[in-house]
Each structure stands twice: as structure tokens, then as C-alpha cells.
Design a protein. Structure first.
Length: 283
């Protein structure tokens, strides 16, 4: 159990009518926190506090960052409100907020495999990829025991990159590993000109979180919202009826998803929710 006394918690709706899935870094949280970005985020926080119980909105962060990283950033940037759920480390950590604390979602965690087994498989994948000429650089962003094993792949040229990324997916599949590949976001502190390569258990990922939460609360995915800014958000956006990229999204994501907001960060989220929830309320 992780205390969260410095944050307010959204009121839990008695009946969940829709779920909002939101990436954290550079979607909900603008790392270059200008005064206007802070005001925009606070407007969204106020909107969620006002509508979550009244309109039956369940709101959550779905992120590649670990829980510790998310809470540290939330504190450093002065976030005031925690969501109803936090799916961290690409779905290998799932938490719900209850009574002012953050607790693991026992049903989700029960379905996860042994972390040591995943780490061993990821090590085998990296060795095989090295043998095939695909260089990966370990990331040190994960806490000990994490079931998300993260590396960077530094881009070279378009033809070689396409071949190498395909090999990463093939090797992971041969070992029954999940893998998330997406262009890094320097705005969130990542290196320039590289890809995140995240090995994870099969059955984990942002799309799987959407399916699990909607199934748990009896919500049709066509009635759900999702917001993101990068390639690792695209499956999540495609899994719901209202999947939107914020206007500051990566070029990789923009090329691959048809719905991009004219607004950035929380301005995009608030604009879409105001329009979409108004339609839900009128039905």
C-alpha cells in the first residue's frame, strides 16, 4: 500500500458509464511546465473532480513509467489530483486508488507471470539480437524486480532500422515475450534519435489494460476515451471508440493514427472530454 496523502483522489462513480485512459508523460503532464500549461492541467483536474461521480467517469493514467517515477513527477510538478487507477510500466503494474491510498489491483497482478522468468527471457532476446547485429543499450529507469525490461535502439538509417525493428519483434515473439517499440520523446527526457524497446510479459500492454478495465466495469470499449502522444499509445487509442493523439504527439504517431487534436497536452484532453461527455449526457 502506497500512501498518497499529498494528493486529492477523484470521487468514485457509483455506476461507471465510461472510462478515460490517458498516457502520462507529455500527454497529461507537460514536462516543460509553463504557467499556461499548469493552468490548463488544473482546469482538467477541476473538470474531472466535478464530472467523475456525476457522469460516471472512471479516469486513469496508462504509462510506460513506473509507479515511483509517476508519483515523483506528480509531486515535482504540483499535480493536485490522483486518478482512479494507474497502469504503470506498460501494464506490468496496476493500481487503484482507495481511501487516500494506492493499492495493487489484486485480480490483475494475479495473472502476471514470475518476474525472474521474464528477465531471463529478455536477456536471451538481447543476446540473440546482438548476434544478429541489432545493438540494444540497457536503460536504468526500472526499479529492481520490474517485469518491464527496457532498452534503447539508436536509429541508423530508415532501411536498416525497419529491418532491425522487425527482428526485435520476431525474436521477442519466438521467446513468447511481449515487446513495445516506439520512437523516443526527447521532451520527456529521452535521448534524441532512438527507440524505446520494452520487453514485457505476454498479455501485458496498454491495449490489454483497456480491455481489462472495460471488462471489469462492464463498459463497452466503443464508449471509452483514450489519449496519447507516441507510438506506444496507438494500440490503446485503437482499442476505444474515442482515441485521440494530443497535438504535440511524435511524428511517428501522427503518421499512424487518424485522429489528432488541434490542441496540445491537457487542452486536447479537456476539449475532447467536454464534447464527448456532453454527448453522453444528452443520450
Amino acid at each position: 500500500m502506497t500512501p498518497s496523502t499529498e494528493f486529492a483522489v477523484l470521487p468514485t462513480p457509483r455506476t461507471v458509464r465510461t472510462v478515460v485512459f490517458c498516457d502520462f508523460d507529455e500527454t497529461y503532464l507537460a514536462h516543460a511546465g509553463s504557467p499556461e500549461k499548469i493552468r490548463s492541467r488544473r482546469r482538467l483536474e477541476d473538470h474531472l473532480l466535478e464530472t467523475s461521480e456525476r457522469l460516471g467517469v472512471l479516469f486513469g493514467w496508462v504509462t510506460g513509467s513506473s509507479l515511483d517515477s509517476v508519483l515523483r513527477k506528480a509531486g515535482n510538478h504540483g499535480l493536485r489530483v490522483l486518478p482512479h487507477f494507474l497502469a504503470c510500466s506498460l501494464g506490468t503494474e496496476m493500481y487503484v486508488t482507495r481511501d487516500g491510498s494506492i493499492r495493487p489491483d489484486a485480480d490483475w497482478q494475479r495473472g502476471l507471470p514470475d518476474g525472474g522468468h521474464i528477465a531471463a527471457l529478455a536477456e536471451r532476446a538481447v543476446r540473440e539480437l546482438s548476434r544478429l547485429g541489432v545493438p540494444l543499450v540497457p536503460q536504468d529507469c526500472r526499479p529492481p524486480g520490474s517485469m518491464t525490461i527496457s532498452h534503447y535502439y539508436y536509429a541508423q538509417d530508415a532501411e536498416r532500422d525497419a529491418r532491425h525493428l522487425a527482428l526485435i519483434g520476431q525474436v521477442a515473439g519466438d521467446l513468447s515475450l511481449g515487446v513495445s517499440l516506439s520512437r523516443c520523446s526527447p521532451a520527456a527526457g529521452d535521448p534524441e534519435n532512438c527507440y524505446d524497446v520494452d520487453f514485457l510479459p505476454p498479455g501485458c500492454g496498454k491495449r490489454q489494460i483497456v480491455e481489462y478495465v472495460c471488462r471489469t466495469h462492464g463498459v463497452d470499449r466503443a464508449d471509452a476515451f483514450a489519449f496519447g502522444d507516441s507510438g506506444n499509445d496507438l494500440e490503446m487509442l485503437a482499442a476505444v471508440g474515442r482515441g485521440v493523439l494530443v497535438g504535440n504527439c511524435t511524428e511517428e504517431a501522427r503518421r499512424r493514427h487518424p485522429h489528432v487534436s488541434e490542441w496540445t497536452h491537457t487542452d486536447a484532453i479537456l476539449s475532447e472530454l467536454r464534447r464527448g461527455l456532453q454527448l453522453c449526457e444528452s443520450e
